[in-house]
Design a protein. Structure first.
Length: 572
């Protein structure tokens, strides 16, 4: 067992010397003994709550992490932070809180760690924004850290077929189109989500779980098992033991998450046909490490990556099947052998990615993860777009799409509600480009996801007959020709603010272009009468967020980042 010298660890400020006797009295009050107080303090942060099944298994796993920390000779200190769960927040004003929660999670973990002077961190998270939020905190604090995904939900079974929450969002559209009875919709909702865990498809939670392994912050295969499997607890205990080993070796997140590691993560987003939100969260995480890694950098990695994992929403399978097929180690080995990954990056095992993958072989009795010679598509699952419609860029998931070009007249909506109402009432035409604006980080505020609208379109059988573009975001569960993160956003006077009904918009994912076919002269004339829109939020957290949030192509971050820091918390 390691004999600890705490003279350079943050917890010396609360546990060492006669002047800290009042502080130590609190620890004795909570049942700690002298030995535990003299050991390093490990923060065990979880996003447990009862808001949604994504988070309900996290406390169990946090307790298992603590057991691993204790076994390794350190002292765990558990605490919780918030989560806003998109499945509940979707389709109404609550979605404005979703992206904001990423910043609140990172901030609250930072403040808890700083306030109590903890020496290292294990973060346990389950829902979309909590995963990047927790990893952002790790990179910001730069104390030895391990990330643990809480696990995905099992598929539900309805009338002999596997279903999940995406089927319900699309079922709303099918019901509106008269293709699904209310009785069937109500029956489906009772079967789609059978227990604990995050959404099972390759939506944002599972995309960022894959990122956690690819970028080196999570133990190999720790993202694979569904939340309800108690065998996950072994990974939780191992994560607790691993963070103590990292502390002993002083291996920190910024030693692990180099620029090369971020490139690896972007490649995995594309190879899995992952969520477009990866293009938002990777720049934000890099910002915390002092690395410039923009949407353009993410898209450059996307461009050279084939789509290899047959995962929903573009494919057939969900996270459970991915895990059974070998999980991230199997995919990473395929990508590494193809020369697409940097193998010499450090990971939380204390070994390089290449060393972690020694002996891993892609099984031939599965078809979830394809060999490099037989991809689902050579174009990758996610693509960046630039052009006169989006000078700062936009992003689209093309996994599973047959046609990746579209040109048509715009039908413009200020806000999602107006578009959703038009879709449910079938007040749009085949061949149109639906434009939802003033939903960006600042203009929303909060950059809402549009799953309710896109799923309704798909449920009406129109998912491939119209395109939809927005300065907001899309859920990882979105499918169809849906382009998000259009920048500059409307609130900042980007071209999306100047579009009028009938303007022609051309999109070509093969060439990475999105263009508004209106002359610069005409746009300049329209700009003379344009003004930013007043939002309904003139105070509170959403107002505060809107004052400081940056553009989407840089991660929609709210502070200057590591490039401007004057000290690192780990060295206080």
């Amino acid at each position: 067992m390691t004999r600890w010298d705490k003279s350079k660890l943050p917890s010396r400020h609360t546990t060492m010397g006669p002047e800290r006797a009042p502080h130590r009295s609190y620890y004795y009050a909570m049942g700690l003994g002298t030995k535990e107080i003299e050991q390093p303090f490990i923060g065990v942060a979880s996003c447990w709550n009862e808001a949604a099944p994504c988070n309900t298994a996290l406390m169990r796993q946090a307790h298992a992490v603590s057991a691993g920390v204790k076994h390794a000779g350190a002292t765990p200190r558990e605490f919780c932070t918030i989560t806003v769960t998109d499945g509940i927040a979707m389709g109404h004003e609550g979605m404005r809180s979703s992206l904001v929660s990423r910043e609140v999670i990172a901030d609250s973990v930072e403040l808890t760690m700083r306030g109590h002077a903890y020496d290292a961190l294990v973060g346990v998270a389950g829902c979309d924004k909590s995963l990047p939020g927790m990893m952002m905190a790790m990179l910001r604090l730069n104390v030895p850290s391990v990330f643990l995904y809480g696990g995905s939900i099992l598929p539900g079974v309805w009338r002999g077929r596997e279903v999940n929450v995406r089927d319900l969002f699309e079922g709303v559209g099918a019901h509106a189109a008269g293709n699904l009875s209310l009785e069937d919709l109500n029956d489906l909702e009772k079967h789609a989500c059978p227990g604990d865990g995050a959404c099972g498809g390759q939506y944002t939670a599972n995309t960022m779980a894959c990122v956690s392994e690819a970028i080196g912050l999570a133990l190999p295969l720790s993202a694979a098992l569904p939340a309800v499997y108690e065998s996950r607890d072994a990974y939780a205990r191992a994560s607790g033991e691993a963070v103590v080993a990292l502390l002993a070796k002083n291996i920190r997140p910024r030693d692990i998450c180099t620029r090369e590691a971020f490139e690896n993560a972007a490649i995995v987003v594309a190879a899995t046909g992952g969520s477009t939100n990866g293009g938002l969260h990777l720049p934000a995480m890099a910002h915390e490490a002092g690395i410039t890694f923009t949407l353009e950098d993410v898209a450059r990695a996307f461009k050279r990556t084939p789509w290899l994992c047959d995962l929903q929403p573009g494919g057939k399978y969900v996270a459970k099947h991915m895990g059974e097929a070998g999980g991230m180690p199997a995919l990473l080995k395929v990508l590494l052998d193809a020369g697409l990954l940097h193998g010499d990056v450090m990971t939380v095992t204390g070994k390089t990615l290449r060393e972690n993958l020694e002996g891993v072989v892609l099984r031939t009795d599965q078809d979830v993860i394809r060999p490099i010679a037989d991809p689902l598509s050579r174009d990758g699952g996610v693509v960046g777009l630039w052009g006169s419609m989006a000078p700062d860029g936009a992003i689209v998931k093309i996994a599973g799409m047959q046609n990746i070009a579209f040109r048509g007249p715009a039908r413009v909506f200020d806000g999602e509600e107006a578009c959703f109402a038009a879709v449910t009432q079938r007040q749009y035409k085949e061949g149109e480009v639906l434009v939802i604006r003033y939903e960006g980080p600042r203009g929303g505020p909060g950059m809402r996801e549009m799953l309710s609208t896109t799923a309704a379109l798909y449920g009406q059988g129109m998912g491939d007959k119209v395109a939809l573009i927005t300065d907001g975001r899309f859920s990882g569960a979105t499918r169809g020709f849906c382009i998000g993160h259009v920048g500059p956003e409307a609130q900042l006077g980007g071209p999306i603010a100047l579009v009028q009904d009938g303007d022609i918009i051309a999109i070509d994912a093969a060439t990475g272009r999105i263009d508004l076919e209106v002359s610069e002269v005409e746009l300049a004339e329209r700009r003379k009468t344009w003004a930013p829109r007043e939002t309904n939020y003139a105070s509170g957290a959403l107002w505060k967020y809107a004052q400081g949030v940056g553009p989407a192509h840089l991660g929609a971050v709210t502070h200057p980042g590591a490039a401007f820091e004057r000290h690192v918390y780990a060295d206080i």
